[in-house]
Design a protein around this ligand. Structure first.
Ligand code: FE
Ligand code: FE
Ligand code: ZN
Length: 173
């Protein structure tokens, strides 16, 4: 990795990390939607896919204004999270349990993104990049909403008979 001399360098580097993360998520979400059984969960993944496309465009615009290219960094954190998700999806599970597992994976992804966006939003403010700060806050809010929606879906599942009746003691608690 190139040497980072200033907060501005770190800001750009972290934006690149998020750009890489979002692009990895773009590839993963259709597979997660496909692995999901609950129509509401499928819908949540598909809608977040659309949202993620817009989030990438927002980052593109920030890079344009900075006069920089968004490439040059791979988010290994997201790579690891998505790799774990892939391992989980390859397991042989009851559909409801798989859905619960997909929610775990997706919420880990959302929280990782929230940490990244929260930091770059703060850096943008510190650097006087108020327009970028606003844009980044917008994405941060969307990730938060996506996370909340997943929590609601998980809570809805607790009430579903199939899970409590499974006989293998699975409970989403
Ligand atoms: Fe995102
Ligand atoms: Fe990362
Ligand atoms: Zn997200």
């Amino acid at each position: 990795m190139a040497k980072l001399k200033s907060l501005h360098d770190l800001y750009v580097s972290e934006l690149k990390d998020l750009y890489s993360a979002e692009n990895q998520i773009l590839k993963a979400l259709p597979k997660m939607a496909q692995a999901a059984s609950s129509p509401q969960l499928q819908q949540a993944f598909n809608e977040h896919l659309e949202q993620t496309r817009r989030q990438v465009e927002r980052l593109d615009r920030i890079f344009e204004r900075l006069g920089q290219k968004p490439t040059g960094r791979k988010c290994h954190g997201m790579e690891g999270l998505l790799e774990e998700g892939k391992e989980m999806m390859s397991e042989n599970m009851e559909p409801d349990v798989m859905d619960a597992g997909l929610i775990v994976s997706a919420q880990k992804v959302e929280h990782y993104e929230m940490a990244g966006y929260g930091c770059v939003r703060t850096f943008a403010n510190m650097l006087g990049e108020s327009e970028a700060a606003e844009t980044l806050q917008q994405t941060l809010d969307e990730e938060g909403e996506a996370d909340k929606r997943l929590t609601q879906l998980a809570e809805g599942m607790i009430n579903r008979e199939a899970i409590n009746q499974g006989g293998n003691g699975f409970q989403m608690r």
